[in-house]
Design a protein around this ligand. Structure first.
Ligand code: C2E
Ligand code: MG
Ligand code: MG
Ligand code: MG
Length: 285
């Protein structure tokens, strides 16, 4: 019997289940090591305004796993969230993003760019999250008004009042907020104005079939109309075609992010001039 093997030696009799558990533990160990050994890095994906100018970027996490190439955050963020590793990882992301902002500030070509950073619910709800953001900003010397925090609707599931209070304190530092993956979560529309958001981010799942699926077109139109009346900026993510871009432009979308403008790239390959060239291609007549 498994129990006889002792409390610390419980065995799963389904070998596939055991394999899954082993793999998970191996990945957790590897991820912990990745943070310590500097295998994590940020990629930067440009965002453009209506006139086609590059106005900033979103920082997207990548894991250069030895022997396995680039690992997508889709595969390791959920594990990081479950294990709590997202806390030190999220801190590293904030520190790295702020350092990048400081570097951009030294060059007139990049000094006005905003950098959007993804914040997981667990990270946001840490008692000292405010202190961490303040510390990242102070330590790097980055301009807080260049930093944008991307929150998801899951953050609001817990205690709305506490979330609003925390957002107020962060806003007092000068940072701004974008609501990521908008439309895919569960939050109530009534929170939208109360949450002190600056921006909504239309999820790429709505943008994808915008020009072929009338339902998605209607949803996107509604989001844009509602945001206008609430005074919220809107950025569309996953813009891949000029047809999608034209639709969004025609319905008042403020900013655009997607392969049409540029893929996420390591900072060494990131040139605002390339971004400007992409903007030329995409600019309206
Ligand atoms: P997200 O924040 O919604 O990021 C947008 C995702 O869409 C990114 O995937 C990006 O590469 C992808 N994307 C951008 N443009 C296009 C396009 O035109 N077409 C298509 N098909 N995809 C596009 P990525 O980099 O794999 O990130 C996936 C998710 O991982 C992010 O979704 C975010 O939720 C999470 N994530 C990434 N970095 C971090 C981080 O530093 N912290 C936390 N907590 N989560 C992160
Ligand atoms: Mg995001
Ligand atoms: Mg998003
Ligand atoms: Mg998304």
């Amino acid at each position: 019997q498994a129990k006889d093997a002792g409390r610390n030696a419980v065995r799963f009799f389904d070998p596939r289940m055991q394999a899954a558990v082993d793999e998970r533990m191996a990945m957790e160990k590897a991820l912990r090591q990745a943070l310590e050994e500097g295998e994590l890095c940020l990629f930067y994906q440009p965002q453009h305004d209506r006139a086609g100018r590059c106005i900033g970027a979103e920082a997207l996490l990548r894991w250069r796993r030895p022997g396995q190439g680039l690992v997508s955050p889709m595969t390791f963020i959920p594990l990081a969230e479950e294990t709590g590793l997202i806390l030190p990882i999220g801190r590293w992301v904030l520190d790295t993003a702020c350092a990048q902002l400081k570097t951009w500030a030294a060059d007139p070509a990049t000094r006005d760019l905003q950098l959007a950073v993804n914040v997981s619910a667990r990270q946001f709800h840490q008692p000292d999250f405010l202190g961490q953001v303040r510390e990242s900003l102070l330590h790097s010397g980055a301009d807080p008004t260049r930093l944008k925090l991307e929150l998801t609707e899951s953050i609001v599931l817990e205690n709305v009042e506490a979330v609003i209070e925390r957002m107020q304190a962060l806003k007092a530092l000068g940072v701004s907020f974008s609501l990521d993956d908008f439309g895919t979560g569960y939050s109530s529309l009534s929170y939208l104005k109360r949450l002190l958001l600056d921006q909504l981010k239309i999820d790429k799942s709505f943008v994808q079939d915008l020009t072929t699926d009338p339902n998605d077109a209607a949803i996107v139109e509604a989001i844009l109309a509602m945001s206008r009346s609430l005074g919220l900026q809107v950025v569309a993510e996953g813009v891949e075609t000029s047809e999608q871009h034209a639709f969004l432009l025609a319905h008042g979308c403020d900013a655009f992010q997607g392969y049409l403008f540029g893929r996420p790239l390591p900072i060494a390959d990131w040139r605002p001039s390339d971004a400007a060239a992409a903007a030329e291609r995409c600019a309206p007549e």
